[in-house]
Design a protein around this ligand. Sequence first.
Ligand code: ATP
Ligand code: ZN
Length: 284
Amino acid sequence: MRLKLAIQKSGRLHDDSMRLLKEAGIDIGNGVNKLKAEATNFPLELFFLRDDDIPQYVEDGVADIGFVGENVVYEKAKKVEVAYSLGFGKCRLSFAVRKNENFTGPSYLTGKKIATSYPVLVQGYLDKHSIKAEIHEISGSVEIAPGIGLADIICDLVSSGSTLFMNGLKEAETILDSQAVLIKRKALAPEAEAILQKLLFRVESVKKAKRNKYVLLNAPNNNLEKIISLLPGMKSPTVVALATPGWSSVHSVIDESDFWEIIEQLKLAGAEGILVVPIEKMIL
Ligand code: ATP
Ligand code: ZN
């Protein structure tokens, strides 16, 4: 059997979804048609769909899993499980007001006309704050609504904010931080679940590899212990004697988040010739 994965046919999530599969070592044959494709070296079948339809297809079991933005998952409120955060497609669902206006808090929305493609999420926010306002659902180009007098305020996806800026708007309040996630159907057959676990294992090792760097450096033996103590490594660093007496080569793996800090300290401790190399896969 094959695990059936739904991804966006075209748009902001398509390329990153395909890249992730490729990095996980999964080759997608040049599909016979534009709706479906099969992996040539992994039990996976791909469906290319509009992102809005993915939660429904996964709930119905037409697809077993899907890659889709959290914004769509929560707006559609289908019975699916969010199984994994994929780390791409990051954006925010935010209210935006005309640039000369000031959003003073939820009560600012009282009685206002709000244009959005996310009526469910916006209504949820209004209910949470016991605010009554009018929601106008529009499916695209929400940012032009205030300019043409359709709404006072919008609630839309933002990443850089440049679209808002170009339309004389500014971001006021975020109601959801979103990224692409892997969703799965509630009752996945054990065989499909096993394939999913294999896929997740690969995806996780790609993500770990991206977060980490392989570091090689030359250390004077008289300060070797200090330098080793700075380097966590997967178990402990590798130390190899250099041809030059009194020096060793030290190899280790460093997490991106404390990368610069550690490099600084290594230099202070006398490390030289520091090489930093990307890691392709990382299996722990
Ligand atoms: P489709 O034709 O599949 O319905 P779409 O036009 O609804 O596509 P895209 O604009 O391609 O959707 O966005 C897909 C997803 O990308 C969004 O649902 C969201 O999760 C994510 N995304 C990331 N950054 C942004 C952004 N700045 N604006 C809109 N979506 C973003
Ligand atoms: Zn869409």
